[in-house]
Ligand binder design. Structure first.
Ligand SMILES: Nc1nc2c(ncn2[C@@H]2O[C@H](COP(=O)(O)OP(=O)(O)OP(=O)(O)O)[C@@H](O)[C@H]2O)c(=O)[nH]1
Ligand SMILES: [Mg+2]
Length: 424
């Protein structure tokens, strides 16, 4: 099956249902009280890891995900139905990024994550009856659901990543230490997609990732490029496989340096990842070749193991060392979701700040979609937050419009489910 590890899609959570405007009616009763119910909540969009998936290929064909809106409120204080979450299944280890800001919205490695929140339902007019306003003829619209253009990027969850030149025996190694059955052949780039294998030793086990071979210039796109290094980014440990026999005419010492150069070009982080060196094909190498390479690695202070994936010589000792090392290392990396600050939120929408102000029953109702996410993070109890909010109202022109429509001190202003008395 084709391996796809990066795709762009768009997601939109459901809008909240609108609140209803309705009045109680009974035979022979003239003016009943308001009884419009609240709208229901829109459906959240949730990403859930699914271990039966190993690629993002399905998203090549379906690109738009729109979750259902909450139902509107009804008469007799009937609340509209709230919608269950819409679940999008992805391979475990998928990172969800906002295309516009580049920030990480979720790392779908463990529990399901809500990425786009459905809008709250608007309140029905039944909620707005007060002693001074007994027949409110307005209700509130539902909040818009969040929407994002996102990039899904699979970053496999593996403890150990095998890196090295093509044909050095990475796939051969994983095939003798785990149940993985990757293709093995005597030509370069046999492996074209990452392969995971579970290595078991008694009670202990860990996950090993075999990725396509790297060559000099991989970070500039030579060979299959370094794209696949994305899948070792989370690895706790790198096993650097080198062909110590030099059977293809290269010097193992140069191979080793070149691969590390490519790792560093990909990310500083990766260059600093702990490494264990596996000198493979030692069945083909002379003692001198092995000794020379071992002392070269020894000078760098790295653990060295001579192995033969073909005869399995030395592979047990290598795996024992890997397990011992893993015990000392932190768990596989998780990426934190990155929240936008208030300021960033406001700047993001500075371009498209359209709004409407309507006056109903003496209440000034402001409708502005871009204000919804801002309102959801503004803390009205906090002075600084409130001041910021007032600045937004002013700079967007909402205050000017309220004044143009004749707002007076103490008049009620209503924005989504937030209400306040106007103060000059
Ligand atoms: N003699 C000998 N041959 C080996 C050894 N390990 C691998 N080979 C052979 O080397 C060739 C390449 O092995 P692979 O395991 O496919 O190498 P790879 O590093 O996965 O290669 P790519 O997927 O192309 O990057 C195959 O013909 C293997 O049989 C070894 O320890 N000794
Ligand atoms: Mg291979």
């Amino acid at each position: 099956m084709m391996f796809v590890d990066k795709v762009n899609i768009s997601i939109k959570a459901g809008n909240g249902g609108n609140g209803a405007v309705s009045f109680h009616r009974e035979k022979y009763v003239n003016a009943g009280g308001p009884d419009g119910g609240d709208g229901g909540k829109g459906s959240d969009i949730v990403f859930a890891p699914d271990d039966s998936l190993s690629t993002l290929i399905d998203f090549r064909y379906k690109k738009k995900y729109i979750a259902p809106d909450g139902e509107p409120g009804g008469a007799k204080r009937c609340s509209g139905k709230s919608m269950d979450a819409t679940v999008i299944k992805v391979p475990r280890g998928t990172i969800v990024k906002d295309q516009n800001t580049g920030r990480i919205l979720a790392d779908v490695s463990d529990e399901p994550v809500v990425v786009a929140r459905g809008g709250k339902g608007g309140r029905g007019n039944a909620r707005f009856a007060t002693p001074t306003r007994q027949i409110p003829r307005f209700s509130k619209p539902g909040f818009p659901g969040e929407k994002f253009d996102v990039t899904l990027e699979l970053k496999l969850l593996a403890d150990v990543g095998l890196v090295g030149f093509p044909n050095v025996g990475k796939s051969s190694l994983i095939s003798v230490v785990s149940a993985a059955k990757p293709e093995i052949a005597n030509y370069h780039f046999t492996t074209i997609t990452p392969v995971l294998g579970v290595v078991k030793r008694g009670e202990k086990s860990f996950v090993m990732a075999d990725i396509p071979g790297l060559i000099e210039g991989a970070s500039e796109g030579v060979g299959l490029g370094h794209e696949f290094l994305r899948h070792v980014e989370r690895c706790r440990l790198i096993v650097h496989v080198v062909d110590v026999s030099g059977i293809e005419g290269r010097d193992p010492k140069e191979d080793f340096d070149k691969i590390n150069h490519e790792l560093a070009n990909f990310s500083e982080d990766l260059a600093e990842r702990p490494q264990i060196v596996a000198a493979n094909k030692c069945d083909l190498a002379s003692d001198e070749q092995i000794a020379e390479f071992e002392s070269f690695i020894g000078e760098k202070g790295l653990p060295f193991f001579k192995i033969s994936a073909a005869t399995t010589e030395g592979t047990d000792a290598l795996i024992d060392a890997v397990i011992a090392k893993l015990d000392t290392l932190p768990p596989v990396k998780r990426y934190e979701a990155q929240q936008l600050t208030l300021k960033e939120l406001a700047e993001q929408d500075a371009q498209k700040r359209s709004f409407t102000v309507t006056k109903q029953d003496g209440v000034y109702i402001v409708d502005a979609e871009w204000l919804a996410p801002i309102l959801s993070v503004v803390n009205m109890e906090d002075y600084e937050s409130l001041q910021y909010f007032q600045r937004v109202l002013r700079s967007s022109g909402i205050i000017d419009e309220l004044e143009r429509q004749g707002i007076q001190e103490d008049d009620l202003v209503s924005i989504f489910d937030f209400e306040f008395n106007y103060v000059r």
